[in-house]
Write a protein that binds this ligand. Structure first.
Ligand SMILES: [Zn+2]
Length: 427
């Protein structure tokens, strides 16, 4: 029996904010001090968003005109995501928390009701629907200056439990067709609050990128009888040149057609539709690999790494059997002090031009030296890389290093990845 990273005392504690919004604490200790009454006098924000159908592309667009007044870069002592103090009544009434989720006060989608109509093309020229759905904020830590990549593995494990809880809750809310857990990191990405946090959107429609993937997945099934996500993962592991890291339950690679200068996808080795379907060992292994990949990505440039982490989960009501949960992490950083902007080709045509070959990007990520996460001595199933073969024995023995001498190897204690550069330095 192996111990889990999951706190044995982990529990959820729901409450309401002053304007009726839901807040849920995910606490790692049995009896934390939590203030469940919100003392603020808050006006109720009535979401007035719409979903409008773009007849030319078939995509739905959210129109949320009420969000212009939202909090924009507040000073640190007025942070709405820090625990409350006598001087700062924040969005979290308690003096402390571990992980907390609450409804966004200025949501892009809000209200329970119908999803968008399934037949918009049959409804005339200008088809709009209420922007029903849910937008939530996930605070990863009460520490205003923390970096996600430096959180203890146990905290990341709690964040995963929060994602699972919200995925299940939002999937059950009438009108929500897709649940998207994500994090925008860094001011360059447009983050208006510095406090480490992510977001969860419950959309009243299936998003354009997911719709595109559903079509290719169905087409692949029809043509080959196989699952596209399975084939992509098996192909990347067999090729190996873009594999960055992995453990018993997960693999991380730069995708063959990477769109961004720093981009890594994380796939569970067992295909599941969404986060809720991951078992305990897979959630543990995810916490560790996610931390490692973030640190590798941050190590590429001696610079802050503005980045987006995006969970691709199966839609609530369609394509679930053939969907493969995965995480896509990417950065707009292309060099120290330089950003890749989405200009004409990308923004207008959706045609990305990447300035670095994905194989070179993967090699750059493998070269980053990453210390092993501290796991409080827990023997976590799946954390063990199984020796030098980080790719894992259960997927054709693919070696994460690309099968050559250029890849990283692990020391015998499952410690930090060692790169050829280390070896050179020892000589
Ligand atoms: Zn803060």
């Amino acid at each position: 029996m192996t111990a889990s990273l999951r706190s044995p005392d982990l529990h959820r504690l729901p409450a309401r904010l002053a304007d009726g919004r839901e807040i849920v604490y995910f606490d790692e200790t049995a009896d934390p001090v939590r203030v469940l009454d919100d003392p603020r006098d808050l006006p109720v924000v009535v979401p007035a968003s719409q979903a409008r159908y773009d007849a030319l592309t078939g995509d739905w667009v959210g129109i949320a005109g009420h969000r212009q007044t939202r909090t924009y870069h507040p000073p640190a002592d007025a942070c709405p995501l820090c625990p409350s103090t006598p001087a700062n009544a924040s969005e979290i009434p308690s003096p402390d928390y571990d992980v907390v989720v609450f409804e966004n006060r200025f949501p892009s989608f809000g209200g329970a009701g119908e999803p968008v109509p399934a037949d918009p093309q049959d409804r005339g020229s200008f088809v709009a629907a209420p922007g029903n759905g849910r937008c939530e904020v996930v605070c990863f830590t009460p520490d205003h200056t923390a970096l996600f990549s430096r959180l203890p593995p146990r905290r990341v494990r709690t964040v995963i439990e929060a994602w699972v809880d919200r995925t299940e809750a939002l999937s059950a809310q009438p009108g929500i067709e897709q649940v998207f857990c994500f994090e925008n990191r860094g001011a360059e990405i447009g983050v208006t609050l510095a406090h480490p946090h992510g977001q969860i959107y419950g959309y009243p429609f299936v998003t354009p990128r997911t719709s595109a993937m559903l079509r290719t997945v169905a087409e692949h099934r029809r043509r080959t009888g196989r699952n596209l996500f399975d084939d992509v993962l098996a192909g990347e592991l067999a090729d190996g040149s873009r594999v960055v890291a992995g453990n018993r339950h997960w693999a991380a690679f730069v995708p063959f057609a990477a769109r961004w200068p720093v981009e890594v996808h994380l796939y569970p080795r067992r295909r599941v539709p969404d986060l809720a379907a991951l078992d305990d060992a897979e959630r543990d292994a995810l916490a560790l690999l996610y931390l490692e990949v973030l640190r590798r990505m941050e190590g590429v440039f001696a610079d802050t790494l503005p980045a987006i982490s995006a969970w691709h989960q199966a839609p609530v009501r369609q394509g679930r059997d053939d969907w493969g949960l995965h995480l896509e992490i990417f950065s707009i950083r292309r060099a120290v002090g330089k950003l890749k902007y989405l200009a004409g080709s990308e923004s207008a045509m959706g045609a990305f031009i990447n300035d670095i070959a994905p194989e070179a990007a993967a090699e750059r990520l493998r070269q980053v030296v990453v210390p092993a996460p501290e796991v409080d001595g827990a023997d976590v199933d799946g954390a063990d890389s199984g020796g030098a073969d980080v790719g894992g024995a259960d997927v054709g023995g693919a070696d994460v290093g690309g099968g050559g001498p250029d890849g990283p190897v692990r020391d015998g204690q499952g410690g930090r990845a060692e790169t050829p550069r280390d070896e050179e330095e020892r000589r």
